[in-house]
Design a protein around this ligand. Structure first.
Ligand SMILES: NC(=O)c1ccc[n+]([C@@H]2O[C@H](COP(=O)([O-])OP(=O)(O)OC[C@H]3O[C@@H](n4cnc5c(N)ncnc54)[C@H](OP(=O)(O)O)[C@@H]3O)[C@@H](O)[C@H]2O)c1
Length: 338
């Protein structure tokens, strides 16, 4: 049994993390829940017991084996090294460590072997990247992907509790004919709108979110030759990110050969029967573990290009579930090496 700390327990990802640790019967001998002083006094119910939310501080990591961390990157930059130094392995959801060459960036369906390379911190990728690479990896192994053109339709829960509150408040104001509150989490009102900006713009004209998809995809897939051309868009959906993806491959690819390759792959489900209006939807993927793909079709002009639609619960596979799966692998590896 392991001693576990959930850091950022009061957040959108932390909340799902707690439910997953319960659901998946994670072997936690002891567990503690940490957040900022804003959450002091709150309680967490875990496996029927009530725990206080404790304030994050360096001493909190004493005797902890596994830290599941979901805080802003600045907090992770400060506290994850302290936890690692105290002997814990940190699985971190923020962007703080993802591109650090010393830190493995892991999606268990894609590069589980990289877990072994950790030096105390393992990074969980960005939510849009995770669902995309789960779908891409089997196709890359079979047809060698040269280029990916992806447009995302990202839910507001990707911006945490405050993102969801902002959509609710603006929607409530609009339908009741009230003044729409000024946006604070998003650059424009998000209710009844789509915003083609997630995070800040870089001099290249791409946003930081878009560059995460480029760089993290290459690191996880272990192939710097893959070109990724992303456009990331925030949409007024509460849960689950959707992606329209076009891939160009070295070998010819067809919808049939892609379906064959995807068949039975862990963490991936094909939902693709357009005549029966069956394709992945954010609403039907919420609270589900898998990455769902559908609308699979050939590029009209080229035999080496395929289009598909990819949907997954960003709080689950895009964040908390991926982190818990990494922690489960760690527990197995520790049991083997013990
Ligand atoms: N949401 C997603 O779909 C998603 C997907 C992948 C990765 N991530 C990443 O996961 C992290 C958490 O995201 P989220 O969506 O859960 O955000 P969130 O809802 O805003 O939650 C943030 C959590 O961090 C805690 N926190 C903030 N400042 C802190 C401080 N000074 N000391 C201790 N704890 C502090 C908050 O505690 P208080 O409540 O006490 O302030 C809260 O528990 C972010 O780095 C995000 O980029 C999110």
């Amino acid at each position: 049994m392991k001693s576990v700390a959930v850091v950022g327990a009061s957040g959108a990802v932390g909340d799902v993390m707690i439910r997953l640790l319960e659901e998946r019967k994670f072997p936690a001998g002891t567990i503690k829940f940490l957040a900022s002083e804003r959450s002091a006094g709150k309680r967490v119910i875990f496996n029927g017991d009530s725990y206080p939310v404790e304030i994050l501080c360096p001493e909190a990591f004493e005797g902890v084996d596994i830290v599941l961390s979901s805080t802003p990157a600045s907090i992770s930059r400060e506290f994850s090294p302290i936890a690692a130094k105290a002997g814990a392995v940190v699985v971190d959801n923020s962007s703080a460590w993802r591109m650090d060459p010393e830190v493995p960036l892991v999606v268990p369906e894609v590069n589980p072997g990289d877990i072994l390379k950790h030096k105390g911190i393992i990074a969980n990728p960005n939510c849009s990247t995770i669902q995309m690479v789960v779908a891409l990896k089997p196709l890359h192994d079979a047809f060698k992907i040269k280029r990916v053109i992806v447009s995302t339709y990202q839910s507001v829960s990707g911006a945490g509790q405050k993102g969801m509150s902002e959509l609710w408040a603006q929607t409530h104001a609009r339908v009741n004919g009230l003044d729409v509150p000024e946006p604070s989490k998003f650059p424009h009102p998000i209710s009844f709108n789509c915003v083609p900006q997630i995070d800040d713009f870089l001099p290249s004209g791409y946003t930081k979110e878009e560059m995460k998809m480029v760089l993290e995809t290459r690191k996880i897939m272990g192939d710097d030759s893959i070109d990724v051309c992303p456009t990331c868009v925030r949409v007024p959906v509460l849960y689950s990110h959707s992606e329209s993806i076009l891939i160009e491959t070295e070998l010819p690819i067809t919808p049939e050969s892609a379906r064959e390759v995807w068949e039975g792959k862990p963490g991936l489900t094909v939902v693709d029967d357009p005549s029966a209006k069956q394709y992945p939807l954010p609403d039907s993927s919420k609270d589900r573990d898998d990455v769902f793909v559908g609308r699979i079709r050939q590029d009209l002009g080229r035999p080496n290009a395929l289009l598909f639609w990819c949907v997954s619960d960003n709080l689950r596979k895009g964040a908390a579930l991926n982190a818990v799966q990494i922690a489960e692998e760690l527990v197995k590896l520790t049991a083997v090496s013990a």
